[in-house]
Design a protein around this ligand. Structure first.
Ligand code: ADP
Ligand code: MG
Length: 291
């Protein structure tokens, strides 16, 4: 391999909207035969819209303000949707302290002396809140293909927030082009299987692993590597960082979290999934030219 040709390859990559960390990353990209996609913020626009707020006590306004108080301290796409909705309605958002993110599960914080948690039932159980009152609500929204999260205050479940997140316009095209490159494609998401299924179907992905926390995403990458696959992981979030680092090639979405960028071998300059097959194709051509 001539390093000069590889460096020229990284130059061509930059023109195509790809930032390649080093020539080794470009060489590894040429050999990828499996691409693992995160869902939220990667295959979807990552700008989920809040479409339902259901409070157990009937006070949806108070529920939204409470959720926004804690979500103000989170970088997650769902958090931005909650804060935007609350601000859009001109709500008074209370102050929250001791905000803690639970990657892949949700976020928690103290509001007016009570621990408030927002996320799936796993998080509510972890903070010692009752999950039974919201389980049917969550299931109903998930069955509609929405991402639904529960809110608890102290040990009480307060209600549910549901979000709709559209696939990015180029996601289906990206999957088609990767299939044409003979690459195995898997969706790997922290979201529920019910919410993930319609998105996967819509973009043409048939293999889905759902309910995955950061450590589960990492384990999936390690398993695929152990099976002999050469794996690229595409993600945008803090929750993807361990998987991005463990993959043969980490690919960070444009506009994603800083830690995703730092751990990836390739950064997409735009949040456009079609840049993933573009990266593989360009690397294959560059490496082929050298040999
Ligand atoms: P993905 O793998 O699809 O990008 P994440 O791992 O980011 O999904 O999130 C997985 C799940 O964790 C979400 O569907 C949600 O239930 C919960 N979650 C994570 N962060 C938050 C947050 N800030 N607010 C509410 N729920 C959250
Ligand atoms: Mg994500």
């Amino acid at each position: 391999a001539t390093p000069a040709a590889l460096v020229a390859g990284t130059g061509a990559a930059a023109k195509a909207g790809l930032l390649v960390r080093d020539v080794e990353a470009l060489e590894r990209a040429a050999r990828i035969d499996a691409v693992i996609f995160d869902k939220t913020g990667t295959l979807t626009a990552g700008r989920p819209a809040l479409v339902a707020t259901e409070a157990i006590d009937g006070d949806a306004t108070k529920l939204l303000a409470l959720a926004a108080a804690v979500e103000r301290g989170s970088e997650h796409p769902l958090a931005k949707a909650v804060v935007e909705a609350a601000e859009g309605q001109g709500l008074q958002i209370p102050a929250a302290t001791n905000i803690r993110s639970h990657p892949g599960d949700g976020v928690s914080g103290d509001v007016a002396g009570a621990r408030v948690a927002i996320g799936g039932v796993r998080l509510l159980a972890e903070v010692g809140a009752h999950t039974a009152p919201v389980e049917a609500m969550l299931a109903r929204h998930a069955a509609e293909g929405r991402t639904a999260v529960a809110v608890s205050e102290g040990r009480r479940a307060k209600g549910v927030l549901a979000f709709a997140d559209a696939p990015r316009p180029s996601a289906a095209e990206a999957v088609r082009r990767l299939a044409a490159l003979n690459v195995q494609i898997i969706m790997l998401t922290g979201d529920s299987a019910e919410a993930a299924a319609p998105i996967a179907r819509g973009v043409g992905i048939s293999r889905v692993e759902a309910g995955a926390r950061p450590a589960d995403k990492l384990a999936t990458i390690q398993r695929l590597k152990a099976e002999g696959s050469r794996v690229a992981m595409v993600g945008d979030g803090v929750n993807d960082a361990p998987a991005l680092a463990a993959a043969d090639l980490g690919i960070a979405m444009g506009g994603g979290a800083d830690v995703a960028l730092e751990t990836a071998g390739v950064a997409l300059l735009r949040p456009d999934p079609v840049l993933v097959p573009a990266a593989l194709l360009l690397s294959r051509r560059t490496v082929a030219n050298i040999r």
